[in-house]
Structures are given as structure tokens and as C-alpha cells.
Design a binder for this molecule. Structure first.
Ligand SMILES: Nc1ncnc2c1ncn2[C@@H]1O[C@H](COP(=O)(O)OP(=O)(O)OP(=O)(O)O)[C@@H](O)[C@H]1O
Ligand SMILES: [Mg+2]
Length: 311
């Protein structure tokens, strides 16, 4: 699969009254077409700076960013992008449809082309029913869905979403996840910036975690949350022997045995030992950590202990 985004040595240093703030140290990053990518990091880590650079809103101190081969400073690159800003504010006195007409016109669409496209995007985000209602009467979930419709108007190849599900209830969040899955099926790459880690874990293929302007971890979301050497063995009868190799924890209530096994052989030996000890096994599964646990762990580590993440 070819890349949608190619970032090379991109950095940003702000100058404030002679004081230099290195908001983003030089980073390299590739994002494939059709990927859903999440950018995470604590307050002040450089997330907004990175998005502003990728949207071409601010100029980099060094490096480059290309969207489908187009330099981000070019108009061509901007035509490939859809953007849903955080806390967006559409004119409240307009209906959803009028707002889409307004933004469609700004984006150079008009007449039949625009009205057909508005019908399509409204249907896509499940807002056809509410198109004539004034935006001030929309719920938060509807507001985000109409915002997504706006961001999709020009059929972007790359969609930037800043906190797309903030303040939305679980059902509304599921609806948005479903819409994003559909967007991706059409080949659009999605770049999400969010504080809601459990949400990011559900929707992204890959994440990068920023800290003080440095990518401290990047990788496949599934692989990151899967800890390969720790397993949970659930028993339906029996208790594990204290001498069990690799045993780290036993929860008598849930009958879960947590153990470390570095090879398949070691894991199977532990299973044999349990069965020899009259234990009946119900399941064996690698232990999963949540993105939140990984994130908090990284934030507590000293910066010098963190190897810079590769692309
Ligand atoms: N225009 C600016 N001038 C000077 N410093 C800035 C400017 N914008 C951001 N900074 C500084 O750059 C650093 C990164 O800020 P940025 O807004 O990118 O972080 P963030 O990860 O988006 O944080 P948050 O989660 O709070 O939105 C911070 O130290 C911030 O104070
Ligand atoms: Mg920010």
C-alpha cells in the first residue's frame, strides 16, 4: 500500500520574546492510505502543532510533509484534505443543509453537483431527517455528524479529526465509529487526535504517542496493547501450585492465573504442570493492556530512558 502522508524531519520551534520553545522535535512518520491513525499525548506535547503543520496552517522550522506526493504548502495538497476542528462552531441560525450549502460554495461546489453531494453526505452521516432543522437545535452527537458531513463534502483523501467524540454519549460514539469505518472503506485515510484513549483504541489501526515534542512510541494499536510474554489462564477447577514456573499472580475469585512465559514451550510446560495438579483449563489468552495503561506508563518514564520511536 502506498503512503498517504510522508513526514521527514518535520519540526517546529516557536519564538516567544527571544525564548525558543521546541514544540516539535524533528520527526519522521509514514501513514498508509486507508489507515486510521491516532495521535496521542498529554497537554502541551505538540499535538496541535503537528496537526497545524500537516494542514499547512503554520510553517515548519525544518523538514517536510507530503500528502499523496503533494507538498503540504501547495493548494493541491489542501484540496485532498477534509478537516473537523475541535469545538467547531457553525452558524447556529442556519439549518444543517444551509450550512453545507455555505461551506460547499466556499469549497467551489455549486448547483446540481453541490445539491447531489449534500444529499449523499447527509445520508452518509444519517442526518437526512434533520437537514431542515436549525443547528442550534442539534444534539452534540448530531452536531458532530453534521460536522463530519461538512468535512466530507469535497471527497477528501485524508480526513483530520480533532477530538471527534468528545462529550458524546456511548451510542453517539458508536455511530461515529461506524461512519468512520465507512469513510475508510472508501479509501480515505483518517488522522485522529483524541484524549479519549479507550475510544482511540477502538478505532485506530496505529498510534503515535507524543511527549515534549518527541514521538516516544509508535506502532500497531493491536500489537501495542497485546503483551506477548504474559498470559492469563482461566481455570474452571483446581488451584495452581505455588511452584508453577513463571507464576506472577493468582486471583482465586476469578480463577485466573497470570504467568510469564517467554516461549511457546514454556507456556505449554506451565499448562502441563497445571493439568498434572488437577486443574481444569477453560481458556488461555495473552494478557492485554489498555492504551491508557501504556500511555500512563510512558508518561512516568524519564525521557532519557525512552528510545526515540522509528517510523
Ligand atoms: N503560537 C505559539 N507560540 C509559542 N508557543 C506555542 C505556540 N503554540 C504552542 N506553543 C507551545 O508549544 C508546546 C506544544 O503546544 P501544542 O498546542 O502543540 O500542544 P498540544 O499537545 O496540542 O496540547 P493540548 O493537549 O493542551 O492541546 C507548548 O509548550 C505550547 O505552550
Ligand atoms: Mg492541542
Amino acid at each position: 500500500m502506498s503512503n498517504c502522508i510522508e513526514i521527514r524531519g518535520l519540526s517546529k520551534t516557536y519564538k516567544n520574546n527571544k525564548q525558543l520553545i521546541e514544540a516539535l522535535k524533528p520527526i519522521d512518520l509514514d501513514i498508509a492510505q486507508g489507515e486510521i491513525f491516532g495521535l496521542l499525548g498529554p497537554n502541551g506535547a505538540g499535538k496541535t502543532t503537528m496537526i497545524k503543520l500537516m494542514l499547512g496552517i503554520i510553517a515548519p522550522t525544518s523538514g517536510s510533509c507530503h500528502i499523496l506526493g503533494e507538498d503540504i504548502s501547495s493548494l493541491k495538497a489542501k484540496e485532498l484534505i477534509g478537516y473537523l476542528p475541535e469545538n467547531h462552531r457553525f452558524p447556529l441560525y442556519l439549518s444543517g443543509q444551509q450550512m453545507l450549502e455555505f461551506y460547499g460554495n466556499l469549497g467551489g461546489l455549486s448547483g446540481k453537483t453541490l445539491s447531489t453531494r449534500i444529499d449523499e453526505v447527509l445520508e452518509f452521516v444519517n442526518m437526512t431527517e434533520w437537514r431542515k432543522l436549525k443547528i442550534q437545535r442539534y444534539s452534540k452527537g448530531m452536531m458532530q455528524r453534521i460536522g463530519l458531513a461538512q468535512a466530507l463534502l469535497n471527497r477528501p483523501k485524508l480526513l483530520f479529526l480533532d477530538e471527534p467524540t468528545d462529550g458524546i454519549d456511548p451510542v453517539g460514539r458508536m455511530e461515529i465509529r461506524h461512519i468512520l469505518e465507512q469513510v475508510r472503506k472508501e479509501g480515505t485515510t483518517i488522522f485522529v487526535n483524541s484524549h479519549l484513549l479507550s475510544e482511540v483504541e477502538l478505532i485506530t489501526d496505529r498510534v503515535a504517542i507524543l511527549r515534549k515534542g518527541v514521538v516516544v512510541k509508535a506502532g500497531n494499536t493491536h500489537e501495542l496493547t497485546q503483551s506477548h510474554d504474559t498470559y492469563i489462564i482461566t481455570l474452571s477447577a483446581g488451584t495452581p501450585p505455588n511452584t508453577l514456573a513463571g507464576l506472577t499472580h493468582y486471583n482465586a475469585e476469578t480463577q485466573e492465573v497470570e504467568l510469564v512465559a517467554h516461549t511457546a514451550k514454556a507456556l505449554n510446560e506451565a499448562i502441563d504442570a497445571l493439568r498434572k495438579h488437577e486443574c481444569l483449563l477453560q481458556s488461555v489468552a495473552p494478557k492485554k493492556s489498555t492504551l491508557e495503561e501504556i500511555f500512563i506508563g510512558l508518561m512516568h518514564e524519564k525521557q532519557e530512558h525512552l528510545a526515540p520511536a522509528s517510523r
